[in-house]
Every structure is written in structure tokens, then in C-alpha cells.
Ligand binder design. Structure first.
Ligand code: PGA
Length: 252
């Protein structure tokens, strides 16, 4: 089945209002009208509105890098799904490895966020990925299966149309060490098989699974060419117009 590729840029805790706007304007110019690949960027929360306004009218979606699972109230420092939509965004990234391993989020918290985001009408990228020691201990698929399975608990078949999975081996994030296309493909195929078991073959074939972890202009095309790799979640290389543009075009 031909799945439309989806390339997303995770800006993490980078940019300023000025540099983020310049980056968004640059992308709007180079890939703002691209329709054969789905595109989105994930700026820091404080710039979401500005970047959403900058990219309005283009084909590039905007999303938050995280959110909380409650509607509102005494949750200092958190933002809600409604707030993300209120500032013009369509997406939220949940379960990124830095949220899991640096900020201490559990599978259960991530699942609550996924459920809330979907019920609010946001599109979700749910990230998963094993640590180096987990890969070395042959636990790669156990870890990814657990993260995907718990992350999607209670998500029904219809809601899966708004879910993208991002497989990001933690040892490949920001390290310059990319998984080989075959290493990534192997895990992607396993995740797809897991989706077939959790849902059915139709959902498994329709759900996009992005690869993330040191994707660059030089390796994007060979990764995206693999059967079960449906685009990428790009960190470092999403901060440069030229690099993110080249990666998006590698998906064409
Ligand atoms: P990287 O980050 O491209 O800088 O490795 C990917 C990610 O964490 O989403």
C-alpha cells in the first residue's frame, strides 16, 4: 500500500522568535506548497502562535512537542490540547525519548496524553525507541512493543487515522549515528505487525511509521526508500532551511 510520506521537524529547545520565524519563512518558500509529502514543524511552545501564523496558508503543519492530559487547572508549567489548537496548531508530538528519559514520563502518562490529544482533535505523533543497552540486550522489540502498545491503549480503530508512529532508536538521536536502513526497516516491520495484531491489517497498512535519529540530507533518501519507513522525524537537521528542505524533497 502506498502511504504518503510524512516528514516532521522537531525543533526541541532551539530557536528564538526571530530565528524561528526566519526558519519558517524559509521553509514556506522552499517547500510550503509541497503536497506529495506531508510536512509539519514542532517549535517550542512560546513560539507556536507566531510560527503557525507564519506558516498559515502553506502546506506545512505546526504542532507542539508535548502537552498535558488534563483540560485546565492547577498544573503549573503545562499546556493543554485546547491551547495548542487555540494558537492554530494541528499536531502534538508525544512520548519523545527526551520526554521519557530526561523528563521522566511513563508509558501510562504518555497514553493519557495520546487519548486526550486525539479526543480533542489533534493529530498525534507517538514516538518510541530503545536505549543502546536495551538493543545490546536484545530487548529492542520488547521495548518498542511495550511503548506502542501502552501508548495506544484505548485508542480505537477510527482514531488511528490521526496517529503516526515515530521509531527513534535513542542511541541514534543527536549522536550522528543513524540506524542503517535495514536496522530501521526491521523494527518498522515489527511495529507494523504489532499494529495488525492490536487492530487489523487495514490499520497496520494505513498507519505511517516515521524513522528518527540523525536523519540528514545525505541519508534520508535511502531510509525513506525502505518499504515500512514512511518519512522521518528530524531533530538537528530540521533547524536549517536547506537541510530540512533537502530531507523533505528526498521523500518525493
Ligand atoms: P536528531 O533528533 O535528528 O537530532 O537525531 C531526532 C529527534 O529526536 O526527533
Amino acid at each position: 500500500m502506498a502511504r504518503k510520506l510524512f516528514v516532521a521537524g522537531n525543533w526541541k529547545m532551539n530557536t528564538t522568535a526571530a530565528s524561528g520565524t526566519a526558519l519558517a519563512n524559509g521553509l514556506k518558500e522552499t517547500i510550503g506548497s509541497m503536497t506529495d509529502v506531508d510536512l509539519a514543524v514542532f517549535p517550542p511552545n512560546v513560539y507556536l502562535k507566531t510560527i503557525a501564523e507564519t506558516l498559515a496558508g502553506s502546506q506545512i503543519g505546526v504542532g507542539a512537542q508535548n502537552m498535558y492530559f488534563e483540560d485546565k487547572g492547577a498544573f503549573t508549567g503545562e499546556i493543554s490540547a485546547e491551547m495548542i489548537q487555540d494558537v492554530g496548531c494541528q499536531y502534538v508530538l508525544l512520548g519523545h525519548s527526551e520526554r521519557r528519559h530526561v523528563l521522566g514520563e511513563t508509558d501510562e502518562m504518555i497514553n493519557r496524553k495520546v487519548l486526550k490529544a486525539l479526543s480533542a482533535g489533534l493529530k498525534v505523533i507517538l514516538a518510541c525507541g530503545e536505549l543502546l543497552e536495551e538493543r545490546e540486550a536484545d530487548k529492542t522489540m520488547d521495548v518498542n512493543a511495550r511503548q506502542v502498545k501502552i501508548g495506544l491503549e484505548g485508542v480505537d480503530k477510527a482514531a488511528m487515522a490521526n496517529v503516526t508512529i515515530a521509531y527513534e532508536p535513542v542511541w541514534a538521536i543527536g549522536t550522528g549515528k543513524t540506524a542503517t536502513p535495514q536496522q530501521a526497516q526491521d523494527v518498522h516491520a515489527e511495529i507494523r505487525k504489532l499494529l495488525a495484531g492490536l487492530y487489523d491489517e487495514e490499520v497496520a497498512q494505513a498507519t505511517r511509521i516515521q524513522y528518527g535519529g540523525s536523519v540528514k540530507p545525505g541519508n534520508a533518501a535511502e531510509l525513506f526508500a525502505m518499504e515500512d519507513i514512511d518519512g522521518g522525524l528530524i531533530g538537528g537537521a530540521s533547524l536549517k532551511v536547506e537541510d530540512f528542505t533537502a530531507i523533505a524533497k528526498a521523500g518525493q
